[in-house]
Design a protein around this ligand. Sequence first.
Ligand SMILES: Nc1ncnc2c1ncn2[C@@H]1O[C@H](COP(=O)(O)OP(=O)(O)OP(=O)(O)O)[C@@H](O)[C@H]1O
Ligand SMILES: [Mg+2]
Length: 258
Amino acid sequence: MGKILSISNQKGGVGKTTTSVNLASSLSYLGKRVLLVDVDHQANATTYLGINRANLDYTVADIFLENANIREIIQQVDSVNVDVIPARYELGNVSQFLLSHDNKDYILSNALEEVREDYDYIIIDCPPSLGVVTINALVASDSVLIPVQCEFLALDGLTQLLNTIRVIQKKQKYNQRSLTIEGVLLTMLDTRSNIGYEVINEVRTYFKEKVFKTVIPRNVKCSVAPSHGLPVTEFSPNSKGSISYKNLAKEMVAISER
Ligand SMILES: Nc1ncnc2c1ncn2[C@@H]1O[C@H](COP(=O)(O)OP(=O)(O)OP(=O)(O)O)[C@@H](O)[C@H]1O
Ligand SMILES: [Mg+2]
């Protein structure tokens, strides 16, 4: 049965989408069956994978609006062996609809249950907020991977996320899941300055063994790859960014098989 993993941090621009896309692609290279779910109305993961949003009949919003079955929404990607539930701007309107829904926190969880057997990993790229869509993602998840950018104020706001995780664990008594922290991932390390290493020490002191050994360096190939609609693992397989995401996938699989 597939493991459901949210990539979440309510802070913006810390590498959630870059991690979702490249972890998904790296896990597929390890022979894992992977579904990537984009639950951000910015739809960056959808774009990063080269999906043309204009041509989509259904998007993730149709899960929340209960307009379509999840299997009708899943797309295949040309460049890499990953299935995707794409997002588009209309996801921005579902919060209003969900306000009056009795079971509003469990919609994604119920939908993913239907396809869970088909995958080894289901990765959910969360938006930079802790609103109802993120709550759906976390309630659906077995674990959360928290990307933290190696910059000043890296830990700012994480207490709120940790408190939210506790609230989610209580909600999960209704869907028999139990959210754990998969790991904290240090991202965008600038190896030329000290501040990044100071942040690494601070994060390791706070989260201890929960921090992945793999650190993602700042690497221009990571920021260029999306404009080609490709994961960096496809766009520049031997770049430092690509190699570190492949290492992260190996580290994650090793932890879960321990
Ligand atoms: N390792 C990296 N090296 C260089 N640039 C990176 C790296 N990781 C991410 N970026 C760039 O940093 C920006 C933010 O990354 P990303 O979109 O993954 O963050 P995010 O947390 O998903 O943002 P948001 O909160 O808006 O969803 C993007 O322009 C991305 O290309
Ligand atoms: Mg994002």
